[in-house]
Design a protein around this ligand. Structure first.
Ligand code: NAI
Ligand code: 15L
Length: 261
């Protein structure tokens, strides 16, 4: 089993590498930045928008975990080329190589302007908060197309905040622990069909449904609440009216780049 991980040099890729390592599994790590491969790993330095490079990178691959691209707001042309066109290049290379399973890193920012509710449902209708969020909507749509047209199994992860630990009060609700991220990726790699699931741990203060995640076999084990004491001591009690708690996308819904960027 060989898994191609795009964006492997990034934060999530780095957290996932040791957690996805298995006997009999090869992780092919692709990034525009060079990565040092360890045991059970291969490295490819390539631009994911380059079709020839992606065709070559897909050789012998069984599944793709597509993390690569801009992970925060950028000017429209950059988002268009790397996140939207880049996802098309990745999916098209996967299709031509006969790859059966693709996992796409979407984001809560695909639905960032949705108001916070106690449990936002799976498959919540898009309300992107940025060009970056628009690219995640497009990524989910491309995944849907490649599932329906070509029978590819595609799971889109609307990731909350995946870091070693939650860094602020919002992340008490949105945190996806690295271990839970690996559990979610494993479940997604095994899932058939097309799914859009929240990428979040079992947080006491969570806002998002875990139903679709559980339906594909994801059982989160972590809860950001263990960090609540220290975060509240640092930042004070959460204010439900503040942008970080009133809208799903939090401060991404505040001023970003000018529209003409
Ligand atoms: P990151 O910014 O740390 O890593 C992204 C990686 O993609 C970088 O190593 C970068 O070099 C690579 N990359 C960028 N353009 C590329 C190109 N043209 N060709 C090849 N590689 C390229 O992001 P992070 O935090 O690791 O996120 C991974 C994915 O998960 C991203 O798609 C992000 O949008 C998504 N996500 C992450 C969240 C988080 O909390 N970390 C939350 C929601 C979504
Ligand atoms: C994202 O989509 C970003 O990639 C990440 O940097 C975090 O800011 C995260 O969302 C979040 O909402 O916390």
């Amino acid at each position: 089993m060989r898994i191609l991980m795009t964006g492997a040099a990034g934060g999530v890729g780095t957290l996932l590498r040791p957690r996805l390592a298995r006997d009999g599994r090869v992780l092919r790590l692709l990034d525009i930045t060079a990565v040092d491969p360890g045991p059970g790993e291969e490295a490819v330095t390539a631009d994911l928008t380059d079709p020839a490079a992606m065709d070559a990178a897909m050789d012998g691959v069984d599944a793709v975990l597509h993390l690569g691209g801009h992970s925060v707001e950028q000017p429209w042309q950059d988002i268009l080329e790397v996140n939207i066109n880049g996802t098309h290049v990745v999916l098209e290379a996967a299709r031509k190589a006969g790859v059966g399973h693709v996992v796409l890193a979407s984001s809560n920012h695909a639905v960032g302007f949705q108001p916070r509710v106690d449990e936002a449902p799976d498959y919540l209708f898009p309300r992107p908060d940025t060009y970056y969020g628009v690219s995640k909507v497009a990524k989910e749509a491309l995944g849907s197309l490649y599932h329906d047209r070509y029978g590819m199994a595609v799971t889109c992860l609307r990731i909350g905040s995946c870091f070693a630990r939650p860094k602020d009060l919002r992340m008490l609700s949105t945190w996806l622990s690295p271990d839970d991220c690996a559990r979610l990726v494993e479940a997604s790699l095994a899932a058939d069909g097309y799914h859009v699931v929240w990428g979040v741990s079992a947080n006491t203060r969570g806002w998002w449904s875990l139903k679709e995640g559980r339906a594909i076999g994801y059982e989160p084990q972590d809860d950001a609440e263990v960090y609540a004491g220290e975060l509240i001591a640092e930042f004070g009690e959460p204010d439900p009216a503040a942008i970080d708690h009133a809208l799903l996308g939090g401060r991404f819904c505040g001023p970003q780049l000018d529209a003409d960027n």
